[in-house]
Design a protein around this ligand. Structure first.
Ligand code: DOR
Ligand code: ZN
Ligand code: ZN
Length: 409
């Protein structure tokens, strides 16, 4: 079997450090068979999965049980973010790094997160214990009070509601980031802010990082791809938390990616069923699938925004924010870099192919994509993990579900 990589890039297998693959308990939205197939079609060979499941992944026992459930079902290697439990913040002081190196804090979550930390004192304890346990916190930084306001809005004129949703207070995200920065300053906790959506958050975080605080951030493929205008068209489908913002915010997120201020790009792959997403916007759960679309969408954006940039530079950026950077932040030796001794996780990527993303391309169990009808530039041709071909775009064939848990017990 010969793989022809002439005129293509060979990149390290990509790492998506932010997916919701919905096991256990929410397998009607997504499961690992579908989610990990979507991943390899998108060039992703390692994922880090979120804990807002049923039951949630709030302790080591829950993560080990989840590893057992996923074993034999995943094409990609996997790790889990532990969920920070506001009732048991002390657990964070003694997390075995071979089980998890990071813990997710939902400062908001609406109905998608069972363990929202609303209380300032609880949040402070979480930061203190995570610092003691050398655990990196990954945060959904939004003010839950914003969602309470939204709930009060429910039942009024749907158009009004949809306008409110569209302009959903950016201040909720900005104030939460400011609150987090004060905690990082006090406790020195390693902190990674997820899905930064506004210019102000990026400014605050870049300034804090420059003063030496151990704080980094992620931008998502969605926030780089869509703006509020698309949300008006997409309705409930493009509803997510934090909301899609306007052009100026999106431009600032791209600047953060180009400058290296944003360490990682994640998909925040958060599938919900078609039925859930055809409800009126106020009743539709927030979240969009994206692990499959992520690398191509970012590549498409880079080629559109800087058509004169040498593609080698763009490819290097992709390999950094979806490879080396998440590998370093989350302790994934052998991943994210092409170097002697690294795992044989590789992607053959055609930088020039133009194609249209259509509903039939969707591999996620949810069966829909916010990118349907999008003109894409660049295409994943072959995905290899541990030397095994897991996706062949020409033959449309998958390899076996031999992905490994990158933790141990
Ligand atoms: O849009 C979102 N979807 N934001 C979240 O914080 C949770 C996620 C989900 O799990 O559906
Ligand atoms: Zn989130
Ligand atoms: Zn998420």
């Amino acid at each position: 079997r010969v793989i022809d990589a002439r005129g293509r890039y060979v990149l390290p297998g990509l790492i998506d450090s932010h997916v919701h693959f919905r096991t256990p308990g929410l397998e009607h939205k997504e499961d690992w068979e579908h989610g990990s197939r979507a991943a390899v079609v998108g060039g992703v060979t390692t994922v880090i999965d979120m804990p807002n499941t049923v039951p949630p992944g709030l302790d080591e026992a829950a993560l080990c049980a989840k590893a057992d459930l996923v074993a034999g079902r995943s094409l990609v290697d996997f790790r889990f973010h532990l969920g920070a439990d506001p009732q048991r913040p002390e657990l964070l002081a003694e997390v075995d790094p071979s089980v998890a190196t990071s813990a997710k804090v939902f400062m908001a979550g609406h109905h998608t997160a069972p363990t929202v930390v609303r209380d300032a004192e609880q949040l402070e304890k979480i930061f203190a214990h995570a610092a003691a346990g050398n655990v990196r916190l990954v945060l959904h930084a939004e003010d839950e009070a914003v969602f309470d306001l939204l709930d009060q809005w429910r039942g009024t004129d749907p158009q009004e509601y949809s306008d409110y949703e569209r302009w959903r207070p950016r201040t909720g995200a900005i104030s939460a980031v400011a609150q987090v920065l004060a905690l990082v300053r006090r406790h020195g906790t390693k902190t990674h802010i997820l899905h930064v959506s506004t210019a102000e958050e990026a400014d605050l975080l870049a300034a804090a990082h420059a003063t030496g605080l151990p704080v980094t951030f992620e931008v998502t493929g969605h926030h780089l791809s869509f703006i509020d205008r698309d949300t008006l068209r997409g309705g409930a489908r493009t509803r997510l938390s934090p909301a899609i913002r306007g052009q100026a915010d999106q431009d600032r997120l791209w600047t953060a990616l180009y400058s290296g201020e944003a360490a990682t790009v994640g998909s925040d792959h958060a599938p919900h069923t078609r039925t859930e997403k055809t409800r009126p916007i106020a009743d539709a759960p927030p979240g969009i699938p994206g692990v499959q679309e992520l690398a191509t969408a970012v590549w498409t954006g880079m080629r559109r925004r800087r058509p004169d940039e040498h593609p080698d530079v763009a490819a290097g950026r992709l390999a950094r924010c979806l490879g080396a950077a998440p590998a370093d932040l989350f302790g994934l030796p052998g991943k994210g870099r092409l170097e002697p001794g690294a795992d044989a996780d590789l992607v053959v990527f055609d930088p020039d192919q133009r194609w249209m993303f259509s509903a039939e391309d969707v591999r996620s169990k949810c069966g829909w994509s916010a990118y349907e009808g999008w003109s894409m530039t660049g295409r994943v041709l072959t995905t290899i993990r541990a030397g095994e071909v897991l996706w062949d775009d020409e033959r449309k064939t998958f390899g076996p579900a031999t992905g490994r848990w990158l933790g141990t017990r």
